[in-house]
Unconditional design. Structure first.
Length: 74
């Protein structure tokens, strides 16, 4: 298994999203679960870069799915 620099946080985030989708029919909850899946993907991809398993900017598309360009730190 690769990664490790973020303690594989993407797994628990993905599990939380799946639990929300299984337990709730509320559209806002479902939208939040979908957002969490994007966050999990971004965390996974960033972890691989930080762990040296991939090189930057391979993580950037997943991160940009979660944040807007106006939120980027300058």
């Amino acid at each position: 298994m690769s990664g490790g620099s973020l303690h594989y946080v993407s797994g628990p985030i993905e599990e939380a999203a799946d639990a929300i989708r299984k337990q709730s029919k509320n559209p806002l909850h479902i939208a939040f679960a979908k957002h969490l899946l994007k966050v999990a993907k971004a965390c996974h991809d960033l972890e691989w870069v930080l762990s040296g398993d991939c090189s930057s900017p391979s993580e950037e598309p997943a991160i940009r799915e979660v944040i807007s360009h106006t939120e980027e730190w300058k």
